[in-house]
Design a protein around this ligand. Sequence first.
Ligand code: ATP
Length: 315
Amino acid sequence: EWADRGAAMIVKDVPDKQTGKITKQVIKKGINDFKFGETLGDGSYSTVLLATSIESNKKYAVKILNKEYLIKQKKVKYVNIEKNTLQRLKNTKGIISLYFTFQDESSLYFLLEYAPNGDLLSLMRKHGSVNEKCTQYYAAQIIDALGFMHDKGVIHRDLKPENILLDVDMKVKLTDFGTARLLDSTSEDDLKYDLLTRSNSFVGTAEYVSPELLNDNYVDFRCDIWAFGCILFQMIAGKPPFKANNEYLTFQKVMKVQFAFTAGFPMTVRDLVKNILIKNPERRLLINQIKAHQFFADVNFGNGSVWDKDPPELG
Ligand code: ATP
């Protein structure tokens, strides 16, 4: 499944110099077609470098995973989930693009779209919190992207501010699909089936994990909506709603839905958060209901304008 020996095939339309007639030409792309630059970051199993295409000078982020280490750590499954999910989400607004994957003897490579403006966590840290207008701007894109993703049968399961990257125009790009769940189709029955399938291991990050995972050990697409509620709270409050000194105590708070709004937390956002952070997933707002909430009253989700606007001033 992985293009071999550092090569991925792409087909390009090449016009004949004299006649202008277009012919299709198969071009092999591999690691030799890129200049590697600075380290952008390290994950638990990967290193991400800046890569520049020698041909076009275009910048990419290349995620490099050591095969031997992946096998030893039994993480091969997660790498394949990430690849399959990103391939399913190709050309989806608000999701990081995966252009090619290739391999050599020692490593696997993901050639990803480069997001030069960091992630939402760094943005929040830099400013302490995000003003209401900015919260609306980023939250609208996150919820829209979640909708596209769910429509394609993908549950993220580890949505958090670090996994929300910002592209060159400060537009949201969701990333880190190693723990995603792919559904075969998005029919009601499938979702019900997924609901009944018990997952065996803890998936996610303590602060953003949904109570149904902790209580009943199941998750469906509504766990991403829960995480969205936590992120929405965090943008305004400057800290996640459920936070304690350790994972165990955080879980206790999540299970009891024990959180408090900070002083000055705007009323409309408060109402929206209250209707998302609901223990029973059946009673939690759905994506379309969130979009229809008063907080997004002046946002037009229908025509894609959520993605065309410039970001408001932070601070
Ligand atoms: P873990 O695997 O431990 O959950 P992670 O998901 O952050 O960590 P990676 O996806 O390998 O691991 O990313 C490592 C770091 O590289 C990120 O924290 C981010 O700073 C940077 N990075 C990842 N992808 C991109 C990208 N497309 N554009 C710019 N920087 C990126």
